[in-house]
Design a protein around this ligand. Structure first.
Ligand SMILES: *Cc1c(COP(=O)(O)O)cnc(C)c1O
Length: 403
């Protein structure tokens, strides 16, 4: 008898579709290089050498496994369910993004590429990729909107110290969309020696699948650690969603288990277009950045302006697998606004001694609301990153609350 394929084996299909979402809507010149990446990935992801090299990197360079931490004080303060954190803030560079960047760079090395190329919005992906490039001795070119370069100065400096070249996108609104255009243009000039490295479970096939698989280490570790600590599975898992890579990383281990999965979207400062970036909540089906998903559109059908206090989650679309899992009812959407995220940021700092990234604080804030209403449940939050990058902004705009 043939064994039935697991969810992860069967999704996406060979064309990169999760139901109707995903695919590769790219200019014809990109067909060949993306097919090359896909073939290499399919082969290498099953090869002993690639897998064991990646395992060594995870352990001896990134410092994995990252722990699961039980938040005793915070759970008592909330007075409901029990809150646990998967500590991606303790992954090297302080966030989950290095999990897929190290693997993408390893893939580039196996393919004999010389240079990694990517766009970045707030600079987090740029920093993680520049780190991976330094480790593997690859060149690194990061395209970034001129406006973002001014706003995210510390990350620009980090990228430069790590040896990356930062290329400003100077056309249009000079932010993320223009950076994507600029990076693709530079990539198209030489697809033989350069590899494009996307920063989340977004973009054309095979990136949503590849990045999910590279992030799945988070879920694999967390499931084992949580079971060891408590003797059971969590009742609910919460993760913030921008593109959705940290959420897919932790969700992927629990998809076929009786565990509730909450993708937490940024409700920003209001429900009008431009005030939030809650794509699954308010968006509709459409194609952008080379894939079909649920996106926020303006009146002419273009990607809408978005806002979130978490600069890594203000994206007007969402990874296609999230669109699919939400459409089938397997995942639920949670909402968290700017103020709730800052409140959770301070609470975790004061009650547990952990300063979270504002992005991760969204997942935590939602978990705290949920814990209040579900007193007998245990909740696992993916703490996607640490908050050092956010402290100046928070202290300038939000007074420190009394404990
Ligand atoms: C970039 C980033 C995110 C958002 O990216 P996803 O692909 O949605 O996971 C979340 N948290 C932190 C700390 C980040 O740097």
């Amino acid at each position: 008898m043939q064994k039935q394929k697991s969810y992860l084996e069967s999704m996406p299909n060979s064309k990169g579709f999760f139901g109707s979402f995903g695919g590769a809507f790219i200019p014809p010149q990109l067909d060949k290089p993306f097919a090359e990446i896909n073939e290499a990935y399919e082969k290498l992801s099953k090869s002993f050498d690639f897998i064991s090299e990646l395992k060594k990197i995870r352990k001896y360079y990134q410092g994995r496994p990252t722990p699961v931490t039980y938040c005793k004080n915070l759970s008592e303060y909330v007075g409901g369910g029990q809150i646990y954190l998967k500590r991606e803030d303790l992954n090297h560079t302080g966030a989950h993004k290095l999990n897929h960047c190290m693997a993408e760079a390893l893939l580039a090395k196996y393919l004999g590429k010389k240079k990694l190329i990517a766009e970045t919005g707030a600079g987090q992906h740029g920093v993680a990729l520049a780190t991976a490039a330094a480790y593997f001795g690859l060149e690194c070119e990061i395209h970034m909107g001129e406006v973002d370069i001014k706003k995210e100065h510390p990350n620009v400096v980090r990228m430069k110290i790590l040896g990356a070249k930062v290329v400003p996108a100077t056309h249009g609104l000079r932010t993320l969309k223009e950076a994507v255009d600029s990076a693709f243009e530079a990539y198209l000039k030489d697809t033989d020696t350069q590899m494009f490295a996307i920063g989340s479970v977004v973009g054309p096939h095979p990136f949503p699948k590849m990045v999910r698989d590279f992030q799945s280490i988070v879920g694999i570790e967390a499931k084992e650690q949580f079971s060891e600590m408590t003797g059971k599975l969590p009742d609910m898992v919460s993760a913030c969603v921008g593109g959705g890579s940290n959420a897919m990383g932790i969700f992927s281990a629990f998809i076929e288990d009786p565990v509730k999965l909450y993708a937490v979207e940024p409700a920003g400062k209001g429900d009008k277009l431009g005030e939030h970036s809650a794509s699954l909540t308010y968006g509709s089906e459409g194609i952008m950045h080379g894939f079909n998903s649920i996106m926020l559109k303006d009146s002419s059908g273009n990607p809408a302006p978005v806002h979130s206090i978490g600069s890594g989650i203000d994206y007007p679309s969402v990874g296609p697998e999230h669109a699919y899992l939400h459409s089938t009812g397997r995942t639920n959407v949670g909402l968290c606004n700017d103020d709730e995220a800052v409140d959770a940021f301070y609470k975790l700092s004061q009650y547990e001694g952990i300063i979270p990234a504002l992005e991760s604080a969204h997942a935590l804030a939602f978990a705290m609301k949920y814990a209040k209403e579900n007193k007998n449940e245990s909740i696992l939050v993916n703490l996607s990153g640490r908050g050092d990058k956010d402290i100046d902004y928070v202290i300038e705009h939000y007074p420190i609350p009394k404990k």
